[in-house]
Design a protein around this ligand. Structure first.
Ligand code: AMP
Ligand code: TRP
Length: 338
């Protein structure tokens, strides 16, 4: 349960490393938009997370604007949500250092994302990649965020955030940090690769046909969905019939998330249909929902000065929340300042 002494507040973020893809949209951004207006919402472009692996400096700046353009095009409104990029608010890095001293090496060793990303070459991974979950905990707890909408792959990191908050509170005999809830809901918490339904859709995959990019135009979106891998069977009578059919399951989940209905409702509508019926219907739906966002995103990216202004304003508002929380943390830890 969320401690009700904390004001409900949402925080989430996306890394500017490569282009945004459908998993980012359905698993994260679309849900960010849904929470806007329900409670206070703070959404960040986490550029300090991106540099845990090498980023070309010129591409990083543009990538940061691209994620911001995706936020705006999807419906995040800078008058309703705080939108900013992480490096502009230095308190993130400062709180992360304190959390590096709270988190235990054993906890970090259990992080599956680090194992996946570093692979067999962990000795050569950056220290930042290893410490990344502690920076993520700082992002969240710097705002005393109570709710964090993320895709399924981030669940372990939000759990670690709770462990860090709890150890900090215990070690310093305080109840200063909240127990943040991950919000992992709906049919789109894990969108899979269009060519291999056992792999997660991601920004970095070998073939562009595996993913739908938020910047893809209508024809490209339709083509990729029509060419998506499937099996020879028609759609089943019930959702249970999708078990062991990862590609079919994924396309049904994508349809459900785009149409704002449940996978059960999709199956009720299409049970017995072959791919020759379902794929064109999915392509039409996807084009109608995604192509306007892609157009709007390009328009935002044509005005980088406006994006920079929005992010700078957002950072000012973010600091108003973050700085007092960081100051109080310094006091609790006993760090002497003027
Ligand atoms: P990242 O691109 O790793 O910074 O991810 C940003 C957000 O998008 C996180 O909340 C992820 O969990 C979410 N996300 C990324 N890929 C997917 C996917 N294939 N399905 C669902 N959510 C995703
Ligand atoms: N680690 C997240 C990812 O890779 C991005 C992220 C960084 C984040 N800080 C966050 C998500 C804080 C939610 C809250 O997708």
């Amino acid at each position: 349960m969320t401690d009700n002494t904390f004001t409900p507040r949402v925080f989430s973020g996306i890394k500017p490393s490569g282009g945004l893809q459908l998993g980012n949209y359905l698993g994260a951004i679309k849900r960010f938009v849904g929470m806007q207006g329900e409670m206070e919402t703070v959404y960040c472009v986490v550029d300090l997370h991106a540099i845990t692996v090498w980023q070309d400096p010129a591409e990083l700046a543009n990538g940061t604007r691209e994620v911001a353009a995706g936020y705006l095009a999807a419906g995040l409104d800078p008058t309703k949500s705080i939108l900013f990029n992480q490096s502009r608010v230095s308190a993130h890095a400062e709180l992360a250092w304190i959390f590096n001293c709270v988190a235990r090496v054993g906890w970090m060793n259990r992080m599956t994302q680090f194992k996946d990303k570093a692979g067999s070459n962990a000795e050569k991974a950056s220290l930042g990649l290893y410490a990344y979950p502690s920076l993520m905990a700082a992002d969240i707890l710097l705002y005393h965020a109570t709710h964090v909408p993320v895709g399924d792959d981030q669940k372990q990191h939000v759990e670690l955030t709770r462990n860090i908050a709890s150890k900090f509170n215990h070690d310093f005999k305080t109840d200063f940090f909240p127990m943040t809830e991950p919000v992992i809901e709906g049919s789109a918490t894990r969108i899979m690769n269009l060519r291999d339904g056992t792999q997660k859709m991601s920004k970095s995959g070998e073939s562009d046909m595996e993913r739908i990019n938020m910047l893809d135009d209508a024809d490209t979106i339709a083509k990729k969905l029509k060419k998506a891998k499937t099996d020879p069977e028609p759609l089943p009578e019930t959702v249970d019939g999708l078990a062991n059919r990862p590609e079919a399951r994924n396309l049904v989940d994508i349809y459900a998330a785009l149409a704002d209905i449940t996978p059960e409702e999709v199956i009720a509508q299409y049970s017995g249909a072959g791919w020759g019926t379902f794929k064109p219907a999915l392509a039409d739906l996807a084009v109608s929902k995604l192509a306007p966002i892609s157009v709007a995103m390009k328009q935002h990216m044509d005005d980088p000065a406006e994006i920079d202004r929005i992010l700078a304003n957002g950072a000012e508002k973010a600091r108003e929340i973050a700085d007092p929380i960081l100051n109080k943390t310094y006091d609790i830890v006993g760090l002497l300042r003027s």
